[in-house]
Every structure is written in structure tokens, then in C-alpha cells.
Design a binder for this molecule. Sequence first.
Ligand code: DUC
Ligand code: ZN
Ligand code: ZN
Length: 474
Amino acid sequence: MTSSLDLVITNADVATASDRFTCDIGIRNGVIALLGHDLGDATQVVDASGLLVLPGGVDAHCHLDQPSGHQIKMADDFLSGSRSAGCGGTTTIIPFAAQAKGNSLRAAVEDYHDRARDKSCIDYAFHMIVTDPTPEVLAQELPALIQEGYTSFKVYMTYDDLKLNDRQVLDVLDVARKSGALVMIHAENSDCISWLTDRLIQDGNTSPKYHASSRPPAVEREATHRAITFSELVDVPILIVHVSGSDAIEQIRWAHGRGLRIYAETCPQYLYLTADDLDQEGYAGAKCICSPPPRDPQNQEAVWRALTHDVFSVFSSDHAPYSYEDPHGKMLGGRERQFPHVPNGIPGLETRLPLLFSGGVVTGRISINQFVALTATQPAKLYGLYPRKGSIIVGADADIVLWDPKRQVRIHNEHLHHNVDYTPYEGLTVTGWPVMTFSRGRLICKEFTFVGQAGAGEFMRCGTPIPLRHPDTL
Ligand code: DUC
Ligand code: ZN
Ligand code: ZN
């Protein structure tokens, strides 16, 4: 017998992306060392009877402490964001190091390391956001950073300070193909949005609800189709982020029918919110302003159906934390703003898993294996973190969640662990909640109480995303 274990989780009803089995899980030095029965001595034993045991969630799309423009400041840094993630059953986050136009990508990455170090209580990797693909960035910086473990990046087709033109997107995709990186694309047509926005403002339609009118489904559909075309031309897989409804889904299904390697992500807001949530008393609709905007019940249903049928590979929060009563947040400058000037984004790191479990697994729309695939295994594979993250297998990090599938929880912001002053899901009751979260074998949350440690999270270099791997290296 080898040396004794640090922790054994007994009677574990384990669900992975493909299997369901009962065993004990032996953990040594933060790693899953044994799966089986009668595993021998351990310093600590936790009995998981009656609970599901799942791999810790991988939230592959969240924004933390990201510089966002004049006077705008995110409410969550790496401590409050990672704490909130951990208490919601997520043990890996991949937020974004955003290049400022005119600056280098490397400067963004270094700055972002400073923001995360000593703060994150769970493990993290970085995507990059490429806003200024100069010849130097394309020829040197980007390939070098990919080599160093930053193997995914996001490009925007909209937002004045972030967007690339079509030719620039093609250039970036070409680097991704040659260097082995996955490009995430924010697909909305910028000129259509600004044209519609100008008309709405001219007509005096300035309140939060008009955010949805300024970005209708056609705007997302067109850009999604264009992004798919770019992927086909360059012959490189891409991932379309935060897909909001049926128009974009149809484009993705069409691409799949043609054999194109298009991956897609959706988020809780497209399952639980609609454009009506932007039409609240006074200015409160600003809380639900995000892009693409939430649609209508038919589109929610289309997103659920697409989850059932595996159109999506990834389910992320797109946590973008701007407090409501905050002169650096939704009330920018201390007052109610016209919709084009409201910081875009909603919080969701902690509620991501319960919302999908409750609406998806409990209702039978998706299986428990699909749930694990969408929230942990596939993001880990697509972003080069598998097998260290994303499953319960020998040799993986002991990122494990004990999940009570029957626990009913009424969501209240005061019980969440982020630093945002609201949740869009206030008062909603969900079934299923994590009761213990372990990050590399250390307990970080128990029964709604955070017990983790700032700075305990490690930075992880990402390997080549599985869709980009050369067949010889699979
Ligand atoms: N949209 C984004 O593209 N990112 C952050 C938040 C949002 O609403
Ligand atoms: Zn986006
Ligand atoms: Zn985002």
C-alpha cells in the first residue's frame, strides 16, 4: 500500500460527461489518486451518501477586474469573483486579458497576472482579447503567447473600442490556424447596431428596454453567418460565444450540416431572462442589459432545444459584474444613462450551475452527463485544460463538487458571494445546489459559507485546444 490519503470521499455517486458510477475517491496532494472501494487510511473522510459527485465547474467565459472604459469599473476582482464561483460549484475560471488599442497584448497579459495573483482562490487561466492586430502582434506576440499557454482569444465584431473589421478577423484566424489556438467570436453586426441606435435616440427612445431593440436577432444572425464564413475560408475551427436564440442557432446548425467545425456557447441569461426584463419600472431594466440581449420565450425554448440536441459545446456565465447603484457601474457617473451608455453585462458566476441543473436536469431536458459535459468537461477540452480539469479521473486535480440534487434554494443576492449589488435572478427558486466544493482537495465552500483562501488558486497554462490538435498528437 502506498502512503495514506489526505482525503477520501466515500459513497460517491459520480457523474462524468459519459458515465455514472458509485465509488470512493481517494485524494493525495490535491490530485485524484484512486477511484475504487476500501481505499485505506485517510486523514479526512467525507461521506457523500445521497449526493451527486461532479467535477468542479469550468466557467470559460467570465470577466473579472477587466478595464472597461472611462469611469467604468467592474464590481468583482479575482478574490470576490473566484469566491463566488467556488460557492456556485465552479473550480476553474477563464477570464479575459484585454489588449487596449495601441498597446501590446503582452502588456495586457502581464497586467492581468498582477490582478489575479494573490487573489484568486480557485485555479485560473486566461483568454486574451485581441483589439489591435498590428503586424507585430500577428507575426510575433500572438504566436509567442500561444506557445506560452494562452491558447484562446476573443475577437469582437462590435463595440467601438474592441471591434475588428472583417479583414482583421481573417488575419487573426489565420494565426490561430497556424499556431493552434481557438478563437472565440462575439458575433453582432456593429454598423447595424449603430444605425438602429441612432434612430432610437433621435426618436427619444433612450430607456434600457431599447437596448434590446437596437440589437435584434437579425444583427446576431448576420454576424454569426459571417463568422462561420470566415472560419470556412481560413479552414480553422471557431467558437461563437453567448448565442441568444433561434436565428443564430439556425446558422450554427447549417454550418454543422456542411461539416464545418463551429463550436458554440450559450449562457443562463438566454434561458431565464427575456427582453421584458429590460422593461422594468424606472431604470431597473439596466440590470439586465447585456449583449446580445435576452430575447423572448420562443427563443428561450430554442436555446433549451439546442442544448438537448448538443448544438452547444459550452455553457458559461459571461459574468460581467457592474453594480446597479454604482457611479462606476450601471449608474455611470451617478445618474441614469441612455441605453447606449449603460455598461453591458450581468453577474452569474455563482448561479450558472444551479440554473442549468434546475431548468435542464431536473426537468429532463438534458441528462446529468450533458450537464457535466457542458459545464466542465467540454470547456476544459476546448481550452486545453483537459485532463487536468473537467472530469473525475485518476491523475486529475481534485476539483470536486458534492451536489444536492434535491436542495431547493430561493436565490437572493444577499446570500451570493460576489460583490455586485444585485442578481437578475432575485427570488427565483431552483432545485439543486452545491453543498461542498473542493479545489485541489481543499474545501473552499460548505453550505453557502466560503472557507477558501485568497491566493490559493494557481495560474494554468493552457495546452492546444483539442479541435486544433494535429491528429498525430491526439
Ligand atoms: N457582452 C459581452 O460581450 N461581454 C460582457 C458582457 C456583455 O454583455
Ligand atoms: Zn461578448
Ligand atoms: Zn463576455
